[in-house]
Design a protein around this ligand. Structure first.
Ligand code: ZN
Length: 288
C-alpha cells in the first residue's frame, strides 16, 4: 500500500504544480542536550512546511560497538539535519558524508551539533565555527561582526561559551540572502543560550545574522555570528546556533529560520513566505 499511496501523492503534487516533499534525515542519539525532546519538535516544524518528509537516524551510544557500523544512507536524502553532539563516527561514514556534501548535499547544523567532532577537519570546515571539546586558536579564528562587516579574529583563546539564557535581538546581516529575504532587520528571540567565542576554519562562510553577547549576561561584548551559511564543495550548510531546548524552539524566529534554512540547504532556494506572527524587534513570538 505504502508505495502506491506515495505514487498517488507524488502524482497529485505534480498535477497541482507542487514539488513532492523532500526526503530529510535528522541524526541524533548522542548529545549533551535533550535530543529525545528536540528531534520530534524539529521534525514537526519541518513537516509543517509541507516541503519535507522527515526520517530519523539514531546513533548508538558512545560505548556501544555498534557505533562503528552507524552509516546512514546519506545519498537518499536532500538534506541532513544534525542534532548530534557525540563520539566520532567510523572512517567509512565520515568519508561517505564528506562525499555527499562535496557532491552537492545539504546539511543543517542546530545548536550543540556545532560542538561535535573537534577532530574531524572536514566537519569543521562544513560548520565554519564550533565550540568546546578542546577547540582553541589552532581550530581557526573567532567569527564576528564589527563596523558593518564580517571579521576573523585570530586572538588566542578557547572556543565556545555562553552566558545565562535570556531573550535577545537577532540582527539581520545579509538581507538579500534567500533565507533572510523579507525578514525584519531586527527581531527578538525567545529566551535561549547565546553562543559566543565560537571559532573554526570559517572558510566560504557568510554571516546571515548576529546577536550582541551582552556582558550583563556574561557574554563576550561582541556581535557574535548566530546564523551562518557555508559552501562546502557543491554542498550547502545552514548553521543555526539557536535552539538549546524545546522552549527556545517555540520561537517563531527559530521555526522560520529552521524551515527556510533547511529548504535552502536542500535546494539553494527559498519558496516560503515570512509568517505573519514573526517576532518584532521588541517582542518575542511563540507558537505552542
Ligand atoms: Zn545549549
Amino acid at each position: 500500500m505504502k508505495p502506491f499511496l506515495t505514487t498517488l501523492l507524488v502524482a497529485g503534487s505534480l498535477l497541482s504544480g507542487q514539488a513532492a516533499p523532500m526526503p530529510t534525515l535528522i541524526i541524533d542519539g548522542q548529545n549533551n542536550h535533550d535530543w529525545k525532546a528536540t528531534t520530534p519538535v524539529m521534525g514537526k516544524v519541518l513537516e509543517a512546511s509541507g516541503l519535507f518528509t522527515v526520517e530519523v537516524a539514531t546513533a548508538p551510544d558512545a560505548k556501544n560497538p555498534a557505533l562503528a557500523d552507524f552509516k546512514p544512507d546519506f545519498a537518499k536524502y536532500k538534506v541532513i539535519v544534525m542534532n548530534y553532539n557525540g563520539a566520532m563516527w567510523g572512517e567509512a561514514t565520515r568519508k561517505a558524508f564528506e562525499e555527499y556534501m562535496a557532491g552537492g548535499g545539504g546539511m543543517v547544523v542546530v545548536h550543540a551539533a556545532d560542538n561535535s567532532f573537534t577532530a574531524w577537519p572536514a566537519y569543521n570546515e562544513m560548520i565554519a565555527v564550533g565550540g568546546w571539546y578542546g577547540r582553541n586558536e589552532k581550530s581557526g579564528p573567532y567569527l564576528r561582526w564589527r563596523d558593518g562587516k564580517q571579521v576573523l579574529d585570530d586572538k588566542p583563546g578557547p572556543a565556545g561559551h555562553h552566558g545565562a539564557g535570556h531573550e535577545y535581538v537577532l540582527d539581520t546581516r545579509a538581507p538579500q540572502h534567500p533565507i533572510m529575504a523579507g525578514l525584519p532587520a531586527q527581531w527578538m528571540h525567545a529566551s535561549d543560550e547565546l553562543y559566543d567565542f565560537m571559532r573554526g576554519p570559517a572558510k566560504n562562510a557568510t554571516i546571515l545574522a548576529t546577536a550582541f553577547a551582552d556582558p550583563k549576561f556574561g557574554g563576550s561584548g561582541e556581535q557574535e555570528a548566530q546564523v551562518i551559511v557555508i559552501n562546502y564543495g557543491k554542498g550547502r550548510v545552514f548553521h543555526l546556533m539557536l535552539g538549546h531546548g524545546p522552549e527556545a524552539m517555540k520561537c517563531v524566529g527559530f521555526i522560520t529560520l529552521l524551515q527556510r534554512g533547511t529548504e535552502w540547504a536542500a535546494t539553494g532556494k527559498v519558496t516560503q513566505k515570512v509568517p505573519a506572527d514573526f517576532p518584532k524587534a521588541d517582542a518575542v513570538s511563540l507558537r505552542q
